[in-house]
Design a protein around this ligand. Structure first.
Ligand code: SF4
Length: 447
């Protein structure tokens, strides 16, 4: 999402006379699109401050902070940046920087609709298209609802027109983005705001020294995302469609049914489980259980055999016992993921977990648990990849190394493949797989 935000931001500044600096030290304006999901990214930002402070004093560099920034970090960083601006208001940035438009063609941009800004796509092959932003789920470890705000979707007509333009320019892969893509609600379809906002429904009450009060407003899973996929699938041309990220609770039967009907959808499903123990899931305010999740995986695999499943997992969430952690390890062995993004829990300021739960799993134990899961992942990913040896697979080439005469790219299942030969960048290519590791494949061009 931050890559996509950066692309929109770049075009906005370029349309106001700015040009890209090739090196950070040459820039007159530095815009930081920050991420508060993990402490590591914020530590990196804080580490950069002394250099930027020096540049601001010595040569008048102007610095701007946007993206996911927690209120507590915003207070700390206030003096370090000339401008702080919410991503949703980013269309105002040129006027705050006193830049004059050199190309007024930015469409009808309102402050409430930064997604309408035209992006300056980094790649000529794949394009990230945000279809919604924000989240109403309030997982207790997550900052997104606080930094990105409530769910807000783009109209399907606008998305379709962006996809059509990209396909006519020769793009081969469309990646639909949202913090919770399945929660997409098409504003073209609903004209009454009550329907659109009916998903603003989850809130949690934590009273000191009292059991946590979980309040849940039940809502129907919207069908709009499945409908949007069908519309995109009908656009003529040869291209792939991917989407991320999905919350298990919002994966509708319509979406599962759509997987096999939309042949442009790749066989790839990223479905974060976060933990394999129901009590930890409850404390995380995830509204799925382990059994529900496992049934969902079965449904996806039945609907679209050969789909690669990937996930996100947090180890060492407050109160996670060794036995509860074992449940996560069991799920990993059972699902046999192709990839998993495993993070050690770190308390994010302002989240419910940080305010109400003690970060009581030691760093050492978190590292131990992460390593165990990484080892399981390495085994399952390798076993999955071994089944591909001898098979001919279609991949989309996105890089070419002239020195080694080697192409690389991704399969529809999002696995990296290398093969030698002339430059095939931007092309769908069939490759016969003859070598595999847990993290990638290699092969030769298939005739
Ligand atoms: S569903 Fe995802 S984005 Fe939303 S609160 Fe939970 S982890 Fe954060």
């Amino acid at each position: 999402m931050n890559v996509s935000d950066g692309e929109r931001l770049a075009n906005l500044l370029e349309s106001h006379g700015c040009t890209r600096a090739t090196k950070e030290k040459d820039a007159d304006i530095i815009v930081v699109v920050s991420c508060s999901i993990r402490q590591k990214a914020m530590d990196k930002l804080f580490g950069k401050l002394p250099t930027w402070r020096k540049w601001r004093q010595q040569r008048g560099v102007r610095t701007v902070l946007t993206g996911c920034v927690l209120p507590s970090d915003r207070r700390k960083l206030k003096k370090e940046f000339d401008i702080f601006i919410e991503m949703k208001d980013i269309a105002d940035l040129p006027s705050l920087l006193k830049l004059t438009p050199s190309d007024a063609d930015q469409g009808e941009v309102t402050n409430a609709d930064y997604l309408a800004l035209k992006p300056d796509y980094k790649s000529k092959i794949q394009a990230y298209i945000p279809i919604m932003t924000g989240c109403n789920n309030y997982c207790t470890f997550c900052v997104v609802p606080y930094t990105r705000g409530q769910e807000s979707s783009r109209s399907s007509s606008e998305i379709i027109s962006e996809v059509k333009k990209l396909i006519s320019k020769g793009y081969s892969e469309i990646i639909l983005l949202g913090q919770n893509v399945n929660a997409y609600i098409d504003p073209d379809k609903y004209h009454d705001q009550d329907t659109i906002y009916s998903r603003s429904r989850y809130f949690w009450e934590f009273k000191k020294d009292q059991p946590i009060q979980w309040r849940m407003a039940t809502t129907k899973v919207p069908k709009d995302f499945a409908m949007l996929l069908k519309k995109i699938n009908r656009i003529p041309g040869k291209f792939w469609v991917r989407f991320l990220t999905s919350n298990p609770q919002d994966v509708s039967d319509e979406l599962i049914d759509t997987l096999d009907k939309c042949h442009k959808l790749t066989k790839y499903f990223h479905l974060p489980i976060q933990a394999g123990d129901d009590e930890i899931l409850r404390r995380m305010n995830r509204r799925h259980t382990r059994d529900y999740y496992l049934k969902l995986i079965k449904k996806i695999r039945k609907a679209r055999p050969g789909t690669a499943i990937t996930t996100d997992i947090i180890v060492g969430f407050p109160g996670e016992t060794k036995k509860q952690f074992e449940e996560t390890a069991k799920v990993m062995r059972e699902v046999k993921y192709d990839m998993a993004y495993i993070a050690e829990y770190s308390p994010r300021p302002g989240t419910s977990a940080q305010r109400f739960f003690k970060d009581d799993v030691s760093r050492q134990e978190k590292i131990r648990r992460r390593k165990i899961l990484n080892n399981i992942l390495a085994e399952t990913a390798l076993a999955n990849n071994k089944k591909l040896v001898g098979q001919t697979i279609t991949m989309l080439v996105d890089k070419y190394n002239k020195e080694t005469k080697s192409n690389s790219g991704k399969t529809g299942t999002n696995k990296t493949v290398h093969f030698k030969g002339k430059n095939f960048v931007g092309k769908f290519t069939n490759v016969k797989i003859n070598q595999v590791s847990a993290w990638g494949l290699a092969g030769e061009l298939s005739k």
